[in-house]
Design a protein around this ligand. Structure first.
Ligand code: EPU
Length: 496
């Protein structure tokens, strides 16, 4: 098992492109099950979860091929462009061995049911961040007429003799909407007879992107991005060639990394439109996120710039630039009044510059379904707020037990009190490096951020959690000036 060894205290500085979104790509890969034609996806990130999904699809009769030569290629070949075609529509059993490695396997259920009339998917268990039931997925599919059976830990779904039929489905649960539940029901409804309305649908950008992909394949979906989706069933879907949206969680994580190291980052391909709540919270904490247009300052003009403690002429220049842009941030990022915002680039693919005040301010934040502050950035934000000047409050409303990072951050000198699903974070002047471990992807990201800002050496153990959702994070951080090395257990033992 690999660990990261991080020497803290180095500013992040430079320019980086945000990768394609993991959580958008996963259900999109499963959409390959819904057509007899090839499906090509671009900007698919190189992640363990993506590899697992491709492996799973391989067992479900989907072959990966090279679109330039048409030859079959290994599922583990480099990602980026992923071309898939169905070669065996009878293989419809998603087995426990793969499903247990990745909960998102559940998003093969709706596509197989819709296209093949039958699916057997091992029931995903709970995970480190909570119970994670799938009752809403099943309720939605049942409303469309699916016959559902639970056998030997597997969910078996079948279409009735007359096929799936459109209806109105309410997908709200105790914690709001469900992202992958919406994906499953939307996919199934796409090939059902008649019209389906999904009420309390997830509004997440990844669901919008999936709906847009399905529409590009011939589906008739409207309302994506709102809580009411309307899906008029069609007879079949065709293949298409589609580019996945950039990853809002990777972007948000890098923004916080910049803030915590008093850094100065330019993020290209940044999905600002999907990050408004996060940018709002960052701004309240004293972090500046300025859209600058794709032609904005080159990284080379920034090199040799500010120091970690925020002094020096380059820092003053950056601060002046930040001040110029700070006023009216929200109107600028929504493209209304800022000249940079009127540039032709999409609000989902902006270039932004992230800088911050020397002193971070405390904030109160509650995670919510989109467009609220995302649960997938909570751990990173808590890490950042450990360095704020005062008391911050973070409440988790999606996964009330998603606080695996808290005890580990306290090992680094953080002062955090947890009461139920709320934590109160009392900012400290400095975090101190320590060996830490978290058994969840985003908690691990929070610990890496803490390590970047801490005094001394932090060892983040078991980074395979990070590899599920961040593409070569250590290389990317190193490119930006961080001192991070990936070591395996043996190297670590030798060093000790
Ligand atoms: N829920 C139910 N019943 C259901 C489904 C969900 O009660 O049938 C509850 C969950 O327990 C949770 C809430 O509803 O309290 C929201 O869960 P949701 O179904 O929306 O989560 P998901 O679709 O399984 C996706 C992301 C997660 C992200 C959540 C919330 C993917 C592959 N995963 O999970 O991403 O945290 O939405 O936004 O898209 C991550 O990337 O680190 C990650 C965990």
């Amino acid at each position: 098992m690999d660990s990261f060894v991080i020497e803290g205290g180095h500013r992040l500085y430079g320019r980086i492109r945000i990768n394609g979104s993991k959580n958008a790509a996963l259900p999109m890969l499963a959409a390959a099950l819904m057509t007899d034609d090839p499906l090509i996806l671009r900007d698919v990130p190189e992640l363990a979860d993506i590899g697992n999904m491709l492996k799973l699809l391989g067992t479900l009769g989907v072959e990966r091929y090279d679109p330039t030569t048409n030859e079959v290629i290994d599922v583990n070949a480099p990602k980026g462009v992923v071309a898939m075609r169905v070669v065996d529509p009878t293989a419809s059993h998603a087995k426990y061995e793969i499903v247990k490695t990745m909960r998102a396997s559940i998003c093969t259920l709706g596509p197989m049911l819709a296209k093949r009339g039958y699916a057997r998917v091992s029931m995903p268990g709970g995970c480190a961040i909570g119970d994670r039931p799938v009752d809403l997925h099943l309720r939605g599919l049942a409303a469309l007429g699916a016959q559902i059976e639970l056998t030997s830990g597997d969910i078996i779904v079948r279409t009735p003799p007359q096929g799936l039929t459109g209806t109105t489905v309410f997908l709200g649960g105790p914690f709001g909407s469900t992202v992958l539940g919406t994906a499953n029901v939307m996919c199934a409804a796409t090939l059902a007879r008649g019209t389906t309305i999904i009420e309390c649908a997830a509004c997440e950008p990844e669901i919008v992107d999936l709906a847009n992909l399905l529409n590009a394949m011939g589906a008739r979906i409207t309302g994506q991005g709102s809580p009411r989706l309307t899906i008029q069933g069609v007879d079949c879907l065709s293949g298409t060639d589609y580019t996945v949206i950039p990853d809002r969680i990777e972007a948000g994580t890098l923004m916080m990394a910049a803030a915590m190291t008093n850094g100065d980052l330019i993020l290209d391909n940044c999905p600002v439109d999907a990050l408004l709540a996060s940018i709002y919270v960052l701004q309240a904490a004293g972090v500046h996120v300025q859209p600058i247009g794709p032609e904005g300052p080159q990284a080379s003009t920034l090199i040799g710039g500010p120091t970690m403690n925020g002094t020096g002429p380059a820092h003053d220049a950056l601060r002046a630039a930040a001040k110029r842009h700070r006023a009216g941030l929200l109107s600028a990022i929504t493209g209304t009044s800022d000249p940079a915002a009127s540039s032709a680039d999409s609000p989902m693919r902006r270039t932004v510059r992230v800088t911050c005040e020397r002193v971070l301010r405390p904030v109160e934040v509650t995670t919510q379904p989109h467009p609220g502050f995302p649960t997938d950035l909570q751990a990173q934000l808590v890490a950042m707020l450990c360095l704020a000047d005062g008391n911050s409050v973070a409440t988790e409303r999606i996964f009330p037990d998603r606080f695996l990072h808290v005890a580990e951050l306290m090992r680094m000198g953080a002062k955090i009190n947890r009461v139920g699903s709320t934590v109160v974070i009392t900012g400290v002047k400095q975090l101190r490096g320590a060996p830490v471990m978290a058994s969840d992807l985003r908690a691990s990201a929070g610990l890496v951020l803490a390590g970047l800002a801490a005094e001394g050496t932090t060892i983040v153990n078991r980074v395979y959690h990070l590899d599920r959702g961040y593409e070569r994070l250590e290389d990317r951080l190193r490119m930006l000036g961080a001192q991070v090395a990936r070591v395996d257990e043996k190297e670590l033992a030798l060093a000790e």
